[in-house]
Each structure stands twice: as structure tokens, then as C-alpha cells.
Design a protein around this ligand. Structure first.
Ligand code: HEC
Ligand code: HEC
Length: 384
């Protein structure tokens, strides 16, 4: 589109497309693109897998939203938007299966397992490389919605740290702390394991799609030394892309795409102070300031909290222990159908009733609200 800018009496023509718009469009194309496996001959350009969960970002983030638990006709998780994270209480991966179960693989190799799912419970079958280690734990992770993340990236470290209270100095039972990853504050993913969208996109390429990026330059994604048949597959690393399958420019385009996805419009409803009175706002902080003076109404402190036994998964990721989770932002709740990290709750009320640990008091206060207040609070949260 051509725009005419009258300026100082002169007429300037802007280029047909703003450079940032072009980045966004290229980022979207890469986000939507289904990757294919590297050919065994030279001139490889793709490089899916060898082990993977899905072929594209889009497959797991339909309409930039949260995943769903879709089952195939055998009752197995179809792999779209729902993955099984594995690891132990000390932060180590499984020595054979790595950090995630990849249920798909390139031609000639089989996925690591089949995951059956029924009524919130899953059952891992047909492990392709023998049993997992005794201390390996596993837990579901539903993909998260992607709107507004560019704003969360702009919140200053100071604004996040201002709400941290690791030793619970104010004695309110709530002790949020940041997940520090390579010296930076983690902000993204259920345990705040990625400090930036660039790193999160790189992690996704590695764990979910099996492709190398500057963030994780291993062409074999989550394949371990024990998975020799996986390491024997061709890869798609090429000089053309800095020796990688996805180079820094491509990852940059995807980052721009993510940064520009708009936040949900603010709710028109008022909570009549109930949200704070019940203690929800102690973690789901309604608004955080960005470095450039905007406010981000995400309803999160981006900090980790011990959420009790009910939600614990026994998997340490960075500083986040097996009982800790990042306060999930509540903006966009109006579009949410499955709640919590593994999608086990089907409503806001159910999600609240899984809260324990540091959130036990808030849950108890919620359950002792009058029916009218409860109704109003739920209506408010459902409108976010
Ligand atoms: C196999 C499914 C799958 C694929 C493919 C996938 N994701 Fe995700 N995505 C997830 C899951 C699951 C999470 C939560 C991860 C966690 O907590 O560790 C997630 C989280 C994210 C987040 C963090 C959102 C937040 O609120 O913190 C971003 C950003 C993201 N993905 C971007 C991408 C991009 C970009 C791609 C493609 C390069 C991609 N994803 C591919 C499943 C997927
Ligand atoms: C101690 C901190 C804390 C308090 C207090 C708290 N929450 Fe949460 N909330 C969290 C964390 C952390 C998660 C993510 C847990 C998970 O996924 O396992 C979460 C998740 C949720 C979810 C699911 C979000 C989603 O998109 O899946 C909802 C809904 C929610 N909280 C609502 C509330 C309400 C309403 C209150 C007040 C009654 C409240 N919370 C109090 C920390 C807290």
C-alpha cells in the first residue's frame, strides 16, 4: 500500500511495505510452515527431526492460541499442542529419552512412545528405547496462547523483581521468585524457562520440531547419545544458514512475528475489588509496567510459586523446582477451554481448586465467598 506523507511542504512516498511488516510477514510464513526431513543427499534445506512432536509451530498453536487435547481413533494424543515433558527432580534429563517425549519421527525411525489419554490421565506405551530411568518423572504440557507476549518481554527486570519475595519477608505465605536462566530472568513457558521470545522459539525448534538454531545448535534436537539410530540420520544444517537448519535471521523473523501479536482487549467488567480481596492479585498481578511506560494487563507477576502437591510434577527446569510454576497470565481467559499446565481443568473454578501451596489461602478464601461474590469473581476472571 502506498502512503503519501506531506512533510515540510514536500511529498514523500514511503516504500510499499514497512521493514517491520515484512519481518512480520516472513515470520508468519515460517511460523506456519510445515518442515520436512532432510534428504540424505547434499543441499539439504529443511531438517525436521529426526524425532519431533509436530512439523510446524502452527500445528501446536492454532490461531496463535492454546493447544487442545486431540485424540486419534486409538485414543492416543495426536501430538498437537500437548507434549510430555520428562526429567528429574534435580534438573537432569532422562539419559535415554532426553527432556521431552517425541511421539513422531522421520521415515525409517519410530517415535519414542505412544501416549494414551483418558479423562485427564495418560498412559505411556511402547517406549521405543526401553524403560526410562527410575528417577525420571513425566508430565503433560499444553501449549500456551501467544498473544501479547511482546509486551511481557518489555516489562523491565526491576518491575518483576519488585514483586519477588523469596523468603516471604512480608509473611503473607507467598514467596515468588524468578527463574534465572543463564543470568537472565525467565519469562516464558509454564516454568518461565525462556528469558526471551527468541530463546523460546529456539527451544521450540529444538524440542518440538527437532531443528537446530543459534539457540540450540544441535541438529538432532532432543536425541541423546543413547539413540544411535537417531544420530545416524541426515540433518539439514547448511552453510547457507550459518551451518544450521534455522539461522539467526529466520529465528529473528519468527521473534518479530511473536512480538507483534496483539494482547487481548481489556475486559469491560469490574471485579468490585474481589480479585484482590480474595488474594488472587498477590500472584496474578493485574498490571506490570513496561520499560517504555505502557502497562501490561496480563494478570501475572512472571514469578515462580510453589503450588503444592496437587500440581507438582517432580521435574526441575532451571531454578524452578518440581513444585513450582510461573503464574500463568489470565488475559485471554475468555478464550480458554482447558486450564493449567497440563489442561486438566475445564473451568476457572476447577483451576482454582487445584491451587495449593502458596495459593492455598487464596483458594480457601475463594471457597468461603458468598455465592454472589463467587459468581461475580468467576464472571470477572472469565471475561479477561
Ligand atoms: C509440539 C507442539 C509445539 C510446537 C510444534 C511448538 N510449540 Fe510452542 N509451546 C508448546 C508447549 C507445550 C508450550 C509450553 C512449553 C513449556 O511450558 O515448557 C509452548 C510454549 C510456547 C511459548 C511460550 C508462551 C508463554 O506464554 O510463555 C511460545 C512463545 C511458543 N511456544 C512459540 C512457539 C514457536 C515460535 C514455535 C515454532 C518454532 C512453537 N512454539 C512450536 C507446544 C508447541
Ligand atoms: C501463589 C500464587 C497464586 C495465587 C495466590 C493464585 N494463583 Fe492462579 N495460578 C498461579 C500459578 C503458578 C498458576 C499456574 C499453575 C499450573 O499451571 O500448574 C495459576 C493458574 C491459574 C489459572 C489457570 C490459568 C490458565 O490459563 O490455565 C487460573 C484460572 C487462576 N490461576 C486463577 C486464580 C484465581 C481466580 C485466584 C484467586 C482465587 C488465583 N489464581 C490465585 C498462581 C497463583
Amino acid at each position: 500500500m502506498k502512503r503519501v506523507l506531506p512533510l515540510l511542504g514536500l511529498v514523500f512516498f514511503t516504500p510499499p511495505s514497512h521493514a517491520g511488516d515484512l519481518d512480520f510477514a516472513m515470520g508468519k510464513a515460517l511460523f506456519d510452515r510445515p518442515w520436512t526431513s532432510a534428504p540424505s543427499s547434499t543441499q539439504a534445506t529443511d531438517g525436521l527431526g529426526p524425532l519431533f512432536n509436530a512439523r510446524s509451530c502452527l500445528a501446536c498453536h492454532p490461531k496463535n492460541g492454546r493447544g487442545d487435547i486431540t485424540l486419534n481413533d486409538k485414543g492416543e494424543i495426536g501430538g498437537l499442542g500437548y507434549v510430555i515433558r520428562i526429567g528429574n527432580e534435580k534438573g537432569g534429563p532422562d539419559p535415554v529419552y532426553g527432556r521431552q517425549l517425541q511421539t513422531n519421527a522421520v521415515h525409517g525411525l519410530s517415535g519414542e512412545a505412544h501416549v494414551l489419554y483418558k479423562d485427564g490421565y495418560y498412559d505411556i506405551r511402547d517406549l521405543a528405547y526401553g524403560p526410562m530411568a527410575k528417577d525420571t518423572n513425566y508430565a503433560g504440557r499444553l501449549s500456551q496462547p501467544l498473544h501479547g507476549l511482546g509486551l511481557l518481554e518489555k516489562v523491565s527486570d526491576d518491575a518483576i523483581l519488585a514483586n519477588a519475595d523469596p523468603d516471604d519477608a512480608d509473611n503473607n505465605g507467598i514467596s515468588g521468585r524468578p527463574n534465572i536462566i543463564d543470568g537472565k530472568i525467565g519469562r516464558f513457558a509454564w516454568k518461565a524457562t525462556a528469558p526471551s521470545l527468541y530463546i523460546q522459539a529456539g527451544n521450540a525448534f529444538s524440542n518440538d520440531i527437532g531443528m537446530s538454531t543459534p539457540v540450540n545448535p544441535n541438529h538432532y534436537g532432543d536425541c541423546t547419545e543413547a539413540q544411535k539410530d537417531c544420530l545416524a540420520q541426515p540433518h539439514g544444517g547448511t552453510e547457507m544458514f550459518e551451518g544450521l537448519e534455522i539461522d539467526s535471521k529466520m529465528l529473528g523473523h519468527i521473534t518479530t512475528y511473536l512480538q507483534r501479536l496483539k494482547a487481548p482487549a481489556p475486559t469491560a467488567l469490574s471485579d468490585d475489588g474481589l480479585f484482590a480481596k480474595t488474594g488472587c492479585a498477590d500472584c496474578h498481578i493485574p498490571s506490570l509496567p513496561t520499560k517504555d511506560g505502557q502497562s501490561v494487563t496480563a494478570y501475572s507477576d512472571l514469578l515462580l510459586h510453589d503450588m503444592g502437591d496437587g500440581l507438582a510434577d517432580g521435574i526441575r527446569e532451571g531454578d524452578a523446582t518440581g513444585r513450582e510454576w510461573r503464574t500463568q497470565p489470565l488475559w485471554g481467559t475468555r478464550d480458554t477451554k482447558l486450564f493449567l499446565h497440563d489442561g486438566r481443568a475445564k473451568s476457572v473454578e476447577e483451576a482454582i481448586n487445584w491451587h495449593g501451596g502458596e495459593a492455598q489461602n487464596a483458594k480457601d478464601r475463594f471457597n468461603s465467598l458468598s455465592e454472589t461474590d463467587k459468581f461475580n469473581l468467576l464472571r470477572f476472571v472469565n471475561s479477561l
